[in-house]
Design a protein around this ligand. Structure first.
Ligand code: PHE
Length: 339
């Protein structure tokens, strides 16, 4: 093949490649010129028959054609990519407005936890955490809860095969904190709890509590009342009423139950407060001397209070949520309301 013929074939080939507009036509051009039985191998094979004064130039032209053609075919192929326009330009339009990334919203449970931590933070409490999988010792025994207590019953607690359990309350973190440090201790500890409750509008097998513990010299029940009343006002607003009723917990003495007035109906009675106008928010009391003895504190010198509040309960009255299950369904139409 002489130089002129090759030049003609080269410009033909580049033209065919330029106008190829489908996978199939691009591939056909490649086979025709670069394939095993295509033009290029033929040119190379015939090189020795080319007139000596043209041979070098034919060889060079054939080589550069090979490279240029395959580059052009690659770019034609790229221009077929989805979104590319017919000019083969970039497969996107830089002048289009950006795609909207939908922002998530804070879950009401997270909001209540964050706010509670901030409120207690202003009163000098720091945050502590403990494991969800607990020992029976930390969840019950060290909290002065005897083995015959109903909460140890198989049907009330999720026990694991290795003898540990899913904590039924955040109170075991009290024990862990007192085991590991000396008074004064002033901590809050938010976290998940697990009970084998049948799910209904106000119960869930998985729920959240925030535990508080303040241990020092001369801590009194009135300190506890003041702390919870301040928390109630900060969390629910100035109109909330707080009520304390005597109660029993194995690890506090005396023990109280703390109720907030129902924010949904303003105290007149509704579905959320089951008509009573009050909602049980926290169990609390003065740390039992036996608990102090277990962790090696001297109950003659040291006193303290503890409380454990239900996060979902607070979220429900704060946001007027009539059913606890709504908090766990991950329905964005519901959750987006609390942005
Ligand atoms: N742990 C108790 C409960 O889950 C609440 C509580 C905490 C009571 C701290 C007293 C002191 O019911």
């Amino acid at each position: 093949m002489n130089l002129q013929t090759l030049r003609d074939r080269v410009s033909e080939g580049m033209g065919e490649a330029q106008s190829a507009d489908s996978e199939a036509t691009i591939e056909a051009v490649r086979i025709k010129y670069l394939g095993r039985k295509g033009l290029m191998p033929q040119v190379m094979k015939e090189l020795k028959t080319v007139a000596p004064d043209e041979r070098a130039e034919v060889g060079q032209l054939a080589n550069s054609f090979k490279n240029e053609l395959s580059a052009l075919l690659d770019s034609r192929r790229a221009s077929l990519a989805p979104g590319a326009d017919e000019s083969g330009a970039a497969p996107f339009d830089v002048s289009l407005p950006g795609r909207w990334l939908r922002r998530g919203t804070r879950h009401p449970i997270s909001s209540v936890i964050e706010e509670a931590v901030a409120i207690f933070g202003r009163m000098g409490f720091t945050v502590a955490e403990g494991p969800d999988v607990e020992t029976g010792y930390h969840n019950f025994e060290a909290l002065n809860t005897p083995p015959y207590h109903p909460s140890l019953d198989r049907k009330d607690t999720f026990w694991l095969d290795d003898g540990r359990l899913l904590r039924t309350q955040t109170s075991p973190v009290q024990i862990r904190m007192m085991e590991s440090r000396q008074p004064p201790v002033r901590i809050v500890t938010p976290g998940r709890c697990y009970r084998r409750d049948t799910t209904d509008a106000t119960h869930s097998a998985n729920f959240h509590q925030i535990e508080g513990l303040y241990v020092d010299r001369d801590v009194s029940l009135s300190d506890l009342k003041g702390t919870l009343a301040y928390f109630a006002r900060e969390m629910m607003g100035p109109d909330v009423a707080v009520r304390f009723r005597p109660h029993f917990f194995p690890f506090t003495e005396p023990s109280v139950e703390c109720d907030f007035s129902c924010h949904v109906c303003g105290g007149s009675g509704c579905r959320v407060c089951k008509g009573s106008g009050w909602i049980e928010i926290a169990g609390a009391g003065m740390v039992d001397p036996r608990v102090f003895e277990r962790v090696g504190y001297d109950p003659e010198i040291i006193s303290g209070y503890a409380f454990g509040m239900g996060i979902e309960r607070i979220a429900m009255i704060r946001y007027a949520i009539p059913d606890i299950r709504l908090l766990y369904e991950n329905d964005m139409r519901f959750l987006r309301q609390f942005a």
